[in-house]
Design a protein around this ligand. Sequence first.
Ligand code: ATR
Length: 287
Amino acid sequence: MINGETRLVGIIGWPVEHSLSPVMHNAAFHHRGMNWAYVPLPVPPDRLRDAVRGLRALGFRGANVTIPHKQAVIPLVDSITPEAQAVGAVNTIVVESDGRMWGTNTDVLGFWSDLQAHDVQVEGERVLVLGAGGAARAVVYALARAGAQVTIANRTPARAVALARHMHHMLPARAFRVVEWTVQDLARAAEEHTILVNTTSVGMWPEVDASPWPTGVGFGRIRVVYDVIYRPQETRLLQHARAWGCKTIGGLGMLVRQGAEAWRLWTDQVPPVQVMEEAVRRGLAER
Ligand code: ATR
């Protein structure tokens, strides 16, 4: 029950009512018997500065940040982590007891720890990443930092090139390749890579019949296919990859683990990942 000692965290977005984060985080607090609450904080863009300052004034331990504020919030915190710098977006703010605020991006660790949870080792592996948007940045950085050789393919090639440059700047010891978004190039890439990660929105509900992988093209030497999409939980891409014999992983684990990482940063406790996952599954089922 909320009382005079309840500690607060929340999610800043516009809109926020469809977010699964409140049920995920509150389930974890409840499970541990912790007197904390995670509240929705709908903030229009012209109020973002006031809202972020307000976290400190109101004694919040932190907040998640979502669309459309993930970039705009960067200059409003005192510092950001290399993860946030790499992704170019902050999705989690932590407020220290002296009022100092820092921003990070937990998608990087969320993706990486979900790979670990699925026993996927990426060091030395060649990984083909589809897409060059925000999700791609987190994925490419996590993979390259863990020692993978990353190739990027994107419908708009200039964005793939820009992403490769930015990542090389963040991790100078790593090389990043770019391949064209054509049937021939993707088919060839399938023979040269062992892991495929989709970070595009192709196949996301309600366009569930769409796939970013060209129709009729096999997966070559690819053994593992990861789709960051979590709705549906098995996309058309994953269905095809499973039929080909690949190990397939949907985006639910990354969603849960990016949240679990934020929870850990705020509470300094090991998050109950299973409880958080069940809460997200229930939330999705209600939609
Ligand atoms: P997010 O932050 O979720 O990654 P985003 O920055 O809008 O979202 O990126 C969406 C990604 O999906 C991009 O790589 C986009 O390709 P473009 O850069 O060419 O726009 C990709 N994408 C979206 N719709 C697509 C489609 N129909 N075919 C191929 N790629 C698509």
